[in-house]
Design a protein around this ligand. Sequence first.
Ligand code: DGY
Length: 311
Amino acid sequence: MSRPRIHVPDLPMPDAVLARIAAEFDAVRGGPVPDGVAGLLITPRDKLTPEAIAALPASVTVVATFSVGYDHINIPAAKARGLIVTNTPDVLTEATADIALLLILAASRRAREGEAMVREDTWVGWNPMQLIGWQITGKRLGIVGMGRIGQALAQRARACGMQIHYHNRTRLAPAEEAGAIYHETLESLLPISDVLSLHAPATAATDRLMNADRLAQLPHGAILVNTARGTLVDDDALIAALGTGQIAAAGLDVFTGEPAIDPRYRSLPNVFPLPHLGSATIETRTAMGMRALDNLAAVLGGKPPLHPVTA
Ligand code: DGY
């Protein structure tokens, strides 16, 4: 039986994913998508704009993104063209929640400045007021978007002694809530959030959700963490708030326009930046790759996709 012809990006991938591509597919690695290719494996780096979709050979029927987020794909244009689009839900939960907790701790405890002091040899010894941060125990964590990742962060933060509050489109069932306090509106959540962590998808409704007005509604000296998408934050407003101390520190794993981020973030000592590492564990990246290949294999084998993007 002939193996389905797919196009895959010329990027390093986990060994198990590469081995499966070699075993099960006839794969074209990198470069333009040639005619005859039936499926595409793409990553968030590949921007499927309406123009890019229109330029695909007619043979392409399915696009599997190696990600849960699909804001890099113009879904209406893909639908209009009849493409099946799939993503990789569920397998990023723990890894991304770990990075959110890491950012909460790193931002609260001034890890960036501390690390620089050691590396740059400016540490002159222990001092009672050196790089004083903010304890997270007993603080209120506001979670925006209480899906799987938000809930996994809540579980971790609870173990650190934080009080969990959340805002979500719908209230969770009591068992899922596990004592977290629901806020029907963002306006109710923001003023009580000592730490705010964003876990909503990038949509028109969440574009620049954290603008100057909403940042001002947080308690003075709040910590902001973003592992969702950079577009949820208005960069000018956040940079201004980091300057005045309205936001004491931010932990950011995602940025608008990444990797070409707003250069001001690089020099702000109270920003702990990471290069979109949320899902970057070998276990998770392998599971994501396998899930994307499961979807390609299903569709190209004449079966329904396992994880279709239905938006
Ligand atoms: C995703 O899958 O959307 C993540 O942001 C990649 O880490």
